[in-house]
Design a protein around this ligand. Structure first.
Ligand SMILES: [Cu+2]
Length: 114
């Protein structure tokens, strides 16, 4: 009985410890109010394959996205602000931040990496 109690307590301690480690996730809430904030998600490398200003989408060949658990691939991203597409063109190397918002992977920050 006492042993079980100790187990339960250590489980709670372990759980709260895990919570403390993921505490920066509260920063994600904050960045939701500021879509251009890059603190919450790491920057990734990509190469522009296609720019679709009308749809607010960009096709990127990207390296691994650790925050999204995604391997390197070529795919279409939505951009948080279509203005982000004005300064890029096919063939540009870019640094970008992609985050999952409302179930869609969205680029929240992007800059040409020259
Ligand atoms: Cu991808």
């Amino acid at each position: 009985m006492k042993f079980i109690h100790i187990l339960a307590v250590s489980a709670i301690v372990a759980a709260s410890g895990a919570q403390a480690q993921t505490a920066p996730a509260s920063g994600a809430d904050h960045s939701a109010h500021h879509p251009t904030a890059t603190a919450a998600a790491p920057q990734s490398d990509g190469e522009v394959r296609k720019v679709d200003k009308e749809q607010g989408k960009v096709t990127l060949r990207h390296g691994p996205l650790q925050n999204l658990d995604m391997p390197a691939m070529t795919m279409v991203f939505k951009v948080a602000d279509p203005k982000m597409l004005e300064s890029i063109k096919e063939g540009d190397k870019v640094k970008f931040t992609a985050e999952k918002a409302n179930g869609a992977i969205t680029i929240t920050a992007m800059q040409v990496a020259n």
